[in-house]
Ligand binder design. Structure first.
Ligand code: HEC
Length: 194
């Protein structure tokens, strides 16, 4: 009887402690753009949201294609260059590069961006506001052309401001890598080429 009672108290205490630490986390996570809790949260989100799937080139490993972590989040490799455009319409309408960083389809050809903070070829000059707006609105840098498939911004736009800011904060901590990703090829030009 007493044991059960004590166990009940212990469970209650554990629940309260968990509640407290959650609160502590969210309080420290919003301290500032470079707060380490935010960066840690961003690292976790980038892993869970699969940014690596398209923004890190695949290389051939012993067990098949694997992300080339030496080029983590550096986007479509400039050494590969542009992907041919797709002419065929019908049930098979798109094709991709072996690196899974370039995608040719009815939208033209899109190339996964360099997400490292390199000034000229990555997100170097992007502000936090631009990043959040780009993901929320699906507009390049938050203001101009539409961000093309398969960038899953229609799903990511549902993330909270705090989460998007955390992703941004983490991306700022990456080593800047110079990799000039080709510009998109719009569909009209893609059709003209064939
Ligand atoms: C399924 C593939 C895919 C995944 C997963 C993906 N992206 Fe992208 N992303 C792309 C492609 C392709 C582009 C280029 C689109 C374009 O140029 O219109 C892009 C472009 C971007 C851009 C540049 C947008 C702009 O305004 O030019 C940012 C920033 C970005 N992605 C961030 C992310 C982040 C952060 C994640 C993970 C949370 C992520 N992406 C996951 C494919 C992907």
């Amino acid at each position: 009887m007493t044991k059960t009672f004590l166990a009940g108290i212990l469970i209650l205490a554990a629940t309260l402690a968990a509640g407290c630490s959650d609160k502590q986390f969210s309080a420290s996570a919003s301290v500032g753009p470079n707060g380490s809790a935010r960066v840690e949260r961003g690292k976790y989100l980038v892993a869970v949201m699969g940014c690596n799937d398209c923004h890190t080139p695949l290389k051939m490993g012993a067990a098949g294609p694997e992300p080339d972590m030496a080029r983590f989040l550096t986007g479509h490799p400039e050494t590969i260059g542009p992907l041919p455009t797709v002419r065929q319409q019908g049930p098979w309408v798109w094709m991709g590069a072996a690196t899974n960083t370039a995608f040719s389809g009815p939208w033209g050809v899109s190339y996964a961006a360099n997400l490292t903070p390199d000034r000229n070829t990555g997100l170097g000059i992007w502000t936090e506001d631009m990043f959040v707006k780009a993901i929320r609105t699906g507009k390049h840098m938050g203001t101009s052309r539409e961000i093309l498939p398969p960038m899953p911004w229609p799903a990511f736009r549902n993330a909270s401001d705090e989460d998007l800011k955390s992703v941004y904060a983490y991306l700022r901590t990456l080593k800047p890598v110079v990799n000039h990703v080709p510009d998109v090829t719009p569909p009209a030009v893609a059709t003209d080429q064939h």
